[in-house]
Design a protein around this ligand. Structure first.
Ligand SMILES: Cc1cc2nc3c(=O)[nH]c(=O)nc-3n(C[C@H](O)[C@H](O)[C@H](O)COP(=O)(O)OP(=O)(O)OC[C@H]3O[C@@H](n4cnc5c(N)ncnc54)[C@H](O)[C@@H]3O)c2cc1C
Length: 232
C-alpha cells in the first residue's frame, strides 16, 4: 500500500509515525516543501541563544503529545519547565505580573475595579443556549467582559496560538473551557466543581532538551529508518 502525507509539521510527522507502526508494510511518503521538517515547530540557535519559532512546549494534561513522545522513545529528551518560568508578565505600557491567585487578581493594576467586578459577575451570567461555534472573543465578552478579554485572553492566545481571541474558535482551541459552560453553566461554577472532583495537580509544562526541534529531529529520524521518506 502506498500512502502520501502532505506536510511535515508535527501533524504530518505524527501521522507518518503512527501509520508506519500500524502498517509496517506500507510505503509512506511524506511531502514537505520546506528544507526542514517541523513546520511551525522549529528551534533556531543564534549567537548563543535558543529561539523557538513556534510552540515551545506542551502540557502533560494533554495526554496525546506525551503518548507520542513515549511511543517514539523520546522521554530522555523531555525537559520540565522551570518554576521561574511560571512568573509571567503582561506589558501594557508597563510590566504587570500575571496574577495567579484571587487576591493577586484583585490587587492587580491590569484591570479597573469595574472590570474586576464584571469578571466576578461571571457566576451570574446564564449559559449560552445557541449551539455551534463561537469565537473566544464573543465568549469572553459575554462571560467575563471586554476588558478581561482584551487584556488577559488576548495575551493568552498570543502566547499559545500567536493569534487573537477574534480569530479563534472556542470549541476548537479551548474545548475544555467550552465544556465548563456547557456542563456546569459557567466558568467559576465549573472550576469549583472540577476542583472538588480532581484533587490532583493540573498539567506540567514540558519541553525538550535542545528545544522542540530536537523532538522533531528525533521523530523525523525514526521515520527515515521506518520506510517513510521525505520528499520535496
Ligand atoms: C508563535 C506560536 C507559538 C505556539 N506555541 C505553542 C505551544 O507552546 N504549544 C503548542 O502545543 N502549540 C503551540 N503553537 C501551535 C503549534 O505550533 C501548532 O499547532 C502546530 O505546530 C501545527 O502543526 P501542523 O503540523 O498542524 O502545521 P504546521 O506546523 O503549519 O506544518 C504544516 C507543514 O506543511 C507544509 N506544507 C504545507 N503545504 C504543503 C504542500 N502543499 N506541500 C508540501 N508541504 C506543505 C509546511 O511547509 C509545514 O511544514 C504555537 C504556534 C505559534 C505560531
Amino acid at each position: 500500500m502506498k500512502i502520501a502525507i502532505v506536510g511535515g509539521g508535527i501533524s504530518g510527522l505524527a501521522t507518518a509515525f503512527h501509520l508506519a507502526r500500524l502498517l509496517p508494510a506500507a510505503e509512506i511518503t511524506l511531502f514537505e516543501r520546506a528544507p526542514h521538517p517541523g513546520g511551525t515547530m522549529r528551534t533556531v540557535e543564534r549567537e548563543g541563544f535558543r529561539f523557538e519559532a513556534g510552540g515551545n512546549g506542551f502540557l502533560t494534561s494533554k495526554p496525546h503529545t506525551l503518548a507520542l513522545v513515549q511511543a517514539a522513545g523520546a522521554e530522555h529528551l523531555l525537559l520540565r519547565s522551570s518554576d521561574a518560568a511560571r512568573r509571567r508578565f503582561i506589558f501594557n505600557g508597563a510590566l504587570h505580573r500575571l496574577p495567579e491567585s484571587p487576591p493577586a487578581f484583585l490587587g492587580s493594576r491590569l484591570l479597573t475595579l469595574p472590570a474586576k467586578l464584571r469578571v466576578l459577575a461571571e457566576v451570574f451570567i446564564p449559559p449560552r443556549r445557541a449551539g455551534g461555534e463561537e469565537t473566544l472573543q464573543s465568549f469572553g465578552y459575554r462571560r467575563l467582559g471586554r476588558a478581561f478579554t482584551d487584556t488577559f485572553l488576548d495575551a493568552m492566545t498570543a502566547g499559545i496560538y500567536a493569534s487573537t481571541p477574534a480569530d479563534l474558535s472556542l470549541q476548537a482551541a479551548f474545548p475544555a473551557v467550552a465544556a465548563l459552560e456547557r456542563e456546569h453553566g459557567g466558568l467559576f461554577r465549573g472550576m469549583l466543581a472540577k476542583r472538588r472532583r480532581e484533587a490532583g495537580p493540573g498539567g506540567v509544562l514540558m519541553s525538550f532538551r535542545g528545544g522542540v526541534g530536537s523532538f522533531i529531529d528525533h521523530l523525523a529520524g525514526l521515520l527515515g529508518s521506518a520506510s517513510a521518506r521525505a520528499a520535496r
